[in-house]
Design a protein around this ligand. Structure first.
Ligand SMILES: NC(=O)c1ccc[n+]([C@@H]2O[C@H](COP(=O)([O-])OP(=O)(O)OC[C@H]3O[C@@H](n4cnc5c(N)ncnc54)[C@H](O)[C@@H]3O)[C@@H](O)[C@H]2O)c1
Length: 341
């Protein structure tokens, strides 16, 4: 079997998680890794058999053996690193979003480079391939609930993130709700035309100092006239909470949150079920593996990518509109036409 030789840029929280998945895949060989603070990761990478490491990612990019690059760095670096990797002729898997720039032109420029160099770019919208959400998606597309009219997404993190991480990967809208904008559009099969967002700091008022919120309630409207409701919180005291429901003319599909066990305990005084999984890397363990497998298959067999550069631009547009809606208190229109690259 042909193996795709890959390099990884970014060996932090998410990077190390992905790397431990990637080394288990027979179709992938991780040739080298780079991180600004590579000394912190060297020992762990060595234990996983990755001995070529760099502090400067440009040194990794000049390796002609490497066909594909996984970009797991903080979001404020994605644009720069993806452009450099594309110009080096590499295919790219990049964590979401592509850019924190409110001006879409920045992301369009990246996609123009991707097109010019004839490489593939997949975005890390892992929730698309979560087993349960994918099942809903396939049934909606197969018409099992008729025409979808409302998508409801509950997406709550277990706790606040450090302020310095928020500055590098974006606040609630750009880091977290980004997934929900994509999920809503994916499930509805229609592009977003309007966003109305209300948000506040009900958990940590100091977040206002860095322009962020910790609680959000969002209404979306789609080109087909249908709606989505999203609720987000940075702190669900019971653990990570991820639920999706799609309601349509012929019924409803919904996926409840995933708990540590399906065993429920009933007594004369109470019923008890195990707590939800604690955080994203456990909840979406299989989805993270599966999304990278999608990317590798696209390189090997030409199968479609799971999520494209155009998909992330559509989610980013919704995040920018939501930001404006928070600032103005008004619903904000969104251009539903895909960018033409
Ligand atoms: N898909 C998901 O479910 C999910 C979940 C969490 C985070 N993310 C995304 O993953 C990305 C990384 O987030 P994280 O929480 O791992 O952040 P992190 O800060 O833990 O890790 C980022 C790593 O990138 C490195 N880095 C930064 N700039 C660099 C550069 N110029 N060259 C080389 N290395 C550089 C840092 O040293 C750090 O080790 C973000 O884009 C975030 O939005 C995705």
């Amino acid at each position: 079997m042909k193996k795709i030789k890959c390099g990884v840029i970014g060996a932090g929280r998410v990077g190390m998680m992905h790397i431990s998945n990637l080394i288990q895949m027979s179709e992938v060989q991780i040739v080298a890794a780079a991180d600004l603070f590579i000394d912190n990761a060297k020992a762990e990478l060595g234990q996983m058999g990755i001995n070529h490491t760099y502090q400067d990612y440009h040194e990794l990019l000049v390796n002609d053996d490497i066909e594909a690059i996984f970009v797991f760095t903080s979001t404020d670096t994605h644009e720069e690193i993806v452009i450099a990797a594309v110009r080096a002729g590499k295919h790219i898997f990049c964590e979401k979003p592509l850019s924190m720039d409110l001006n879409e032109e920045a992301s369009i420029k990246v996609l123009e480079e991707v097109k010019k160099h004839g490489v593939k770019l997949q975005i890390g919208f892992n929730r698309r391939i979560d087993q349960q959400f994918r099942n809903i998606y396939e049934q909606v597309r197969a018409g099992k609930i008729g025409d979808p009219q409302i998508v409801k997404i509950t997406s709550r993190d277990p706790d606040l993130l450090p302020y310095d991480l928020i500055k590098r990967i974006g606040g609630l809208l750009f880091d977290f709700t980004m997934h929900d904008f994509d999920m809503a559009r994916y499930m509805m099969g229609s592009n977003i035309t309007e966003v109305y967002a209300k948000g506040g700091t009900l958990i940590d008022p100091k977040l206002q100092e860095i322009g962020d919120v910790d609680t959000l309630a969002i209404v979306l409207q789609f080109e087909n006239g249908a709606f989505a409701l999203i609720d987000n919180s940075r702190r669900a005291v019971y653990g990570y909470d991820q639920r999706v429901e799609v309601f349509g003319t012929e019924g409803m599909l919904k996926a409840e949150n995933v708990n540590q066990s399906t065993v429920e305990h009933y007594t004369s005084s109470s019923t008890n079920l195990k707590k939800p999984l604690p955080i994203f890397n456990e909840r979406y363990r299989d989805a993270y593996m599966e999304e990278t497998r999608f990317f590798v298959r696209a390189l090997l067999d030409g199968t479609p990518l799971l999520a494209t550069g155009e998909d992330v631009i559509m989610a980013q547009r919704a995040a920018v509109a939501a930001q404006r809606s928070l600032e103005t208190g008004e619903p904000v229109k969104v251009d539903p036409v895909l960018p033409s690259i």
